[in-house]
Design a protein around this ligand. Structure first.
Ligand SMILES: O=C(CO)[C@H](O)[C@H](O)COP(=O)(O)O
Length: 218
């Protein structure tokens, strides 16, 4: 499994410290939740923050764009140092074009499904992406409860991936704790975003270890 701590739950006054803590603790990606106050009712980071944190970690920056008109900002986030750029499929009528724009920047392309969006919606573009993020909460805030019906959606996506012989990663985000990580892992998820579970604890490394242990004895 890969663990992507979300810096949405980090201490913004000590972002560098909190990123380096999870890097030392074994994180695989740093998950950057980009929110614009329009697509979701919260505002967080822009490309300037991505370029500021780029030099302080070797980990891939996994940037999740929860913004309207994402095409307008793809080049900015790529230039800032994003390694993976994921776009909400509900945020643009031109998801295929957005994926191509991300790839033209030499960055891995991801798509994100809100809880109310069906996997069938993205079947035509699955062969073009490196990652599909299944939101397991409604996007906008950390610390929300996992939506149990999303497990079935992950299973459907994993089954389509197998049927089409594709290799994209299946990422999950929202309400991830050991119990929900195990359910998602068994359903086919491979990348786990965790914000409050990792950061709202004294020892983020132990929290990540607990997530790994939860899926270890399958
Ligand atoms: O994308 C997000 C919110 O839109 C966050 O990454 C997600 O909610 C993680 O937070 P937590 O692990 O605390 O649920």
């Amino acid at each position: 499994m890969k663990i992507a701590p979300s810096i949405l739950s980090a201490d913004f006054a000590h972002l560098a410290r909190d990123i380096q803590t999870v890097e030392k603790g074994g994180a695989d990606y740093i998950h950057v939740d980009v929110m614009d106050g329009h697509f979701v009712p919260n505002i967080t980071f822009g490309p300037n923050v991505v370029s500021a944190i780029r030099p302080i970690t070797k980990l891939p920056l996994d940037c999740h764009l929860m913004i309207e008109n994402p095409e307008r900002y793809i080049a900015d986030f790529a230039k800032a140092g994003a390694d993976i750029l994921s776009v909400q499929v509900e945020s643009t009528p031109h998801i295929h074009r957005a994926i191509q724009m991300i790839k033209q920047q030499g960055v891995k392309a991801g798509i994100v499904l809100n809880p109310g969006t069906s996997v069938e919606t993205v079947r035509p573009v699955l062969a073009d992406v490196d990652l599909v993020l299944v939101m397991t909460v409604n996007p906008g805030f950390g610390g929300q409860g996992f939506i149990p019906t999303m497990v079935e959606k992950i299973k459907t996506l994993a089954s389509i991936k197998k049927e089409m012989n594709l290799s994209f990663e299946i990422e999950v985000d929202g309400g991830i704790v050991p119990e929900t990580a195990k359910e998602c892992w068994e359903a086919g998820a491979t990348v786990f975003v965790a914000g409050s579970y990792v950061y709202r604890a004294d020892e983020p490394a132990k929290q990540m270890e607990a997530l790994r242990e939860a899926v270890a004895y399958d």
